[in-house]
Write a new protein. Sequence first.
Length: 336
Amino acid sequence: MRVAVIEGDGVGPEVVNSALRVLKHASSIFNLNLEFLTVEAGDGALRKYGEALPSRYWPIIESSDAILKGPVGESAGEVVVKLRRGLDLFANIRPARNYPGVKAVRDGVDLVIVRENTEDVYVRAEYMLNNETAVALRVITKRASERIARAAFNLAVNRRRRVTIVHKANVLTVSDGLFRDTVKQVSREYPDVAVNEMYIDAAVMDLVRRPQDFDVIVTTNLYGDILSDLAAYVTGSIGLAPSANIGDAKAMFEPVHGAAFDIAGKGIANPTAMILSAAWMLRWYGESRHVSNYVMAGSAVENAVIETLRSGVLTADLGGNASTEQFTDEVIKRIR
């Protein structure tokens, strides 16, 4: 398995190092064949090469099976959007759940946000109409809406069989109307899955008030970005939240959290989301290629993280005093 590794900025190198340590240990136990290929991207690359995602690294990215990406700083849009759109990683999947030993705003949460990943205002088509007016183009297509709808319903079939469509079609009647109507059309292919819809403002409120009632949320790019950060907070910390960007043949895995420059270099960053993203990468590769030892390795890493949290080994953001390295050591000890 060829993995393009982007350390990113801020705490990125620290948490990515944790994930790589875990992956190498899991590889030795489960006899994995992992090849890590370094890709420079982010603020540092922008200063060094004049490009946040230098074109010289694109052949490495295209030849890899997956990308493991750390958080990026101010140049995140230049990196993430280019990767998602350039590789057609159309499904951004962000789970949020309670973990043992972690104090959360709400208990009983186990939901997944399925976010369309290639369009909306994130096409970054912005311009100045005049010196006092900025305009951003919002793109919603039937094709992209169909693809993300199927991703959401296929996920729901193996969960609690409930999908919530989040939109604002009462105001954005054309763009959100197309998204809502397309998802509802796709829903007819899944008669065993219950479907409801909510406006984005109501969904934000209920994600705090009664998050345990959600199963799978399907929504557009911008709304999904906002909802997933909130969902991570509700379950305890954004440092716990992994994510996947999945296309037909390739995928990228990254934590939801940002570069956290304020704690970079202090050795206290929470590597949980990065390690869980790496575990997800192993499972995805094993499931897509029908290679069982990768699936088992991914599950073992995730279980090791859960056991570590349950044991009370917590980083500062979770109210503990474990360093990044100490937490990683504890996870490695529990992989079996």
